[in-house]
Design a protein around this ligand. Sequence first.
Ligand SMILES: NC(=O)c1ccc[n+]([C@@H]2O[C@H](COP(=O)([O-])OP(=O)(O)OC[C@H]3O[C@@H](n4cnc5c(N)ncnc54)[C@H](OP(=O)(O)O)[C@@H]3O)[C@@H](O)[C@H]2O)c1
Length: 280
Amino acid sequence: MRILLFGSRGMLGSDLQKEFEDSGHEVMGVDREEVDITHGPNIADVFHTIEPEVVINATGYTDVDGAETNREAAFALNSEAVKYLAEAAAAVSAKFVHISTEMVFDGDNKSGYNETTEPHAVNVYGESKAAGEKHVLVYESGGYLVRTSWLYGKFSQRGKPRGLNFIETMIKLANEKPEVKVVNDQFGKLTSTKDLAQAITQLISGGYIPGIYHLVNEGVASWYDVAKEIWQRCGLKATLQPISSSEYPSIAKRPKYSVLVNTKFPPLRPWQQALADYLS
Ligand SMILES: NC(=O)c1ccc[n+]([C@@H]2O[C@H](COP(=O)([O-])OP(=O)(O)OC[C@H]3O[C@@H](n4cnc5c(N)ncnc54)[C@H](OP(=O)(O)O)[C@@H]3O)[C@@H](O)[C@H]2O)c1
């Protein structure tokens, strides 16, 4: 398939680029350097270059705290730009795959959120992503809205030092400090960008019908549970201390129980296995 990938140098985008190439697809990856997608007219040229059958949006204004004071910028990329991409994809009859987040939900439901739950965000980032979701499923050419959560991967998030995801941050802190404190009252599904990229490759080539998909590694954990697993697997010596969110204040409110339930796609492997693979 001919794939046009936006956000190809981000944390997820880098794994998507690799996975598509390894699976034999023709992929053209672009990022902000080539096309700033918040300016609609910029987008058309790149569509002519590759004439895509599938368009993937792995861009995102992903600074959750920053969005609280940069609402306009968050909405420009996470909502308005999604509209431009969805329209452009529909104009060439390409499938459109958009990546969204568990943060479109409030995190108050301990049973989690399946594909039919209506979004209700508790912070600006979540609101902007929920607004973007509305543009994905409107065209007949086919929209795939992929929600995922708590991503980590071997490529870095843009703007962050190389590889400084939650896992690497924990290892770094454990090597620098006698004690590391991690919140034990926010729960979610830790997901590997490598596993997610493989699942998205299956989604676009496996005959799945357009719609909403929750693609996450299986198993619910708190950030403290994740840290504990890292400590055990890496034999870290620092003391690991569970704390509550109130002891680690952040600018944006975080959902407490942001658990995505996947009822439509073959389950991804448990998060512990994916993490072991990453650490090996
Ligand atoms: N990270 C998570 O835990 C997580 C969880 C759930 C869902 N998601 C979603 O997954 C997607 C990918 O996340 P990620 O963590 O891989 O993000 P990321 O590493 O921050 O990558 C996002 C990419 O988008 C690019 N971009 C930003 N503004 C742009 C613009 N105006 N035009 C074109 N490209 C632009 C960025 O380039 P610059 O560096 O130049 O800005 C960057 O390469 C996002 O939609 C995010 O909401 C992430």
